[in-house]
Unconditional design. Structure first.
Ligand code: ZN
Length: 207
């Protein structure tokens, strides 16, 4: 289902560009599918939890959110009706339609690596209505770090950065973090990494 002819895109850190608002997607065509496939490879390469199209220089309301690994590696529709592969859900024109109560958590951003990690207060569960790559509307719940990630990516579409919502600096980007600590967002990626890539991830995990 997924295009094997994909490219790793450059993740922008251009502060001015990141403030631009993304436009709704109206055409669910081969260009969109290529963008999603390229973003998927870029997310894997960056060892990230999520990625919005603005982060790769495309001002459309498109993002990826990593969730529990409940989907087949080559793609399909998960139990929530969302298009997904390897636990990465594609959201086109997403809207948060319900939120739980909020709690603080740590987050960073692939596009703002120098900011390190900040404490941000977010809902621990959100319900998102979005379209899949073919334009079909679905509704899906996201919990814990996936909920944080969905909120973070949707904020990107409106030019909002996690630092805008910071309750305080948590730690620098190079700080060592515990592995396998899903509450902080680490250890969620779906493939094994080399030791050097793992070391790099301590600098680079972000959404
Ligand atoms: Zn981000």
């Amino acid at each position: 289902m997924y295009n094997s002819n994909v490219a790793i895109l450059r993740i922008t850190t251009d502060a001015e560009f990141l403030r631009k608002k993304s436009k709704p997607v109206t055409e669910f065509n081969a260009r969109l599918h290529q963008l999603l496939d390229d973003m998927r490879d870029t997310l894997e390469d960056a060892w990230g939890l999520g990625l919005a199209a603005v982060q790769v220089g495309v001002l459309y309301r498109v993002c990826l959110v990593r969730c529990e690994k409940s989907s087949p590696p080559n793609g399909g529709v998960d139990a929530h009706g969302a298009q997904t592969a390897n636990g990465v859900v594609e959201l086109i024109n997403p809207e948060i339609i319900a939120c739980s109560s909020e709690k603080p958590g740590e987050e960073g951003c692939l596009s703002v690596p120098d900011a390190g990690y900040h404490t941000v207060i977010r809902p621990h569960k959100v319900t998102v209505r979005a379209q899949d790559r073919n334009g079909k509307t679905f509704t899906r719940d996201f919990e814990k770090i996936s909920a944080v990630c969905a909120c973070h990516e949707i904020d990107h579409m409106d030019g909002i950065l996690f630092t805008d919502k910071s309750s305080g600096f948590a730690r620098p980007k190079a700080a060592k973090r515990k592995q396998s600590s899903p509450s902080q967002g680490e250890g969620v990626a779906s493939r094994k990494r080399s030791a050097s890539a793992q070391a790099e991830s301590d600098d680079g995990v972000g959404i």
